[in-house]
Design a protein around this ligand. Sequence first.
Ligand SMILES: Cc1ncc(COP(=O)(O)O)c(C=O)c1O
Length: 371
Amino acid sequence: MFIPVNEPLLGAEELANVTTAVKTGWISSEGKFVKQFEDEFAGYIGVKYGVAVCNGTAALHLALATLGIGKGDEVIVPAFTMIASVYAIIYCGATPVLVDADPETWCMDVSQIEKKITRKTKAIMPVHIYGHPVDMDPLLEIAKKHKLIIVEDAAEIHGGEYKGRKAGGLGEIGCFSFYANKIITTGEGGMLVTNDQDIYEKAKILRNMAFSEGKRYIHYEIGFNYRMTNLQAAVGLGQLHQVKKLLEIKIRNAHSYNEKLKHIPGITLPVQKPWAKNVYWMYSILIEKDFGLPAGQVQAKLKEMGVDTRALFVPMHQQPVLLKMGLFSREKYPVSEELSQKGFYLPSGTALTEEQIEVVCQSLAQIKKQH
Ligand SMILES: Cc1ncc(COP(=O)(O)O)c(C=O)c1O
């Protein structure tokens, strides 16, 4: 038996919608499912507008481009994130400025932001990492005080909440990914959500090659082809209609892992702050010194036992491509480095069974016993 890290749960509605799209021939971005998915997803997050795109990275890039962020501008972003957050800033010609992670939530340490603000800072990009929200109230206050825009990277937190409000709907723009391992998926896909009508209108134009409304082949700006297809939206709509169930499964599985792992010494489990609803996008653990074996070796042993895992992100200041560009040299982010060295995630897909969770936990207990 092999237990994969992720397996999506796709239902009858997804299949029926895709069949409709194929049968009617509406397979490009012009089909009716795209607008329906945008409206319903934006409503789910609690904001007015959604702009569906081809992936989460495109959503982030489109967000920054829509805001006019470019050369000479700085955007503050966590060191501990997936590189797409930083790519989006670089695609715009702007400069990423890093802050370290909070040791408990692993999200950006909000108390370290203010000292990174300069005259060039235009925006802050909080990343709700592995399904736990950033501590948003102090962040929103800093943004207000310094007149900065907040673009949330909400790729990993569909349905997660901060003080009862949905993550992704708390800043000026929220950006989601619908990649196959995300809480709801369209295969590949993403969405920008906002309450701001001007941002919405501009993002729609830039997404679609910056065609002019009046004279189609006259272009006043550099646009992108970041459109989502009707086929993707057909799947997304079906997924959205089962999001409650998908979240229940994620949270139930996380609680089950917590119960079964809490007695094993040397494992740090994910937290949920009192103000947070953690959706445990990927159930991630840290292997501490007293476990007796480094994280990488634990992962290798689990693999031999048929349990797939993935290491946590490598921080941005340790990325060869970014160092080669002259970014972050000699910068240190000790919490991010530690998370990267000690952490990995366990099988977390919505198709995971209770028996599989039991096997994963017993395998970890067995490895611990041998060391
Ligand atoms: C934090 C974060 N941001 C952005 C992305 C990019 O999303 P996508 O893979 O859909 O481009 C991901 C996804 O994998 C992510 O985890």
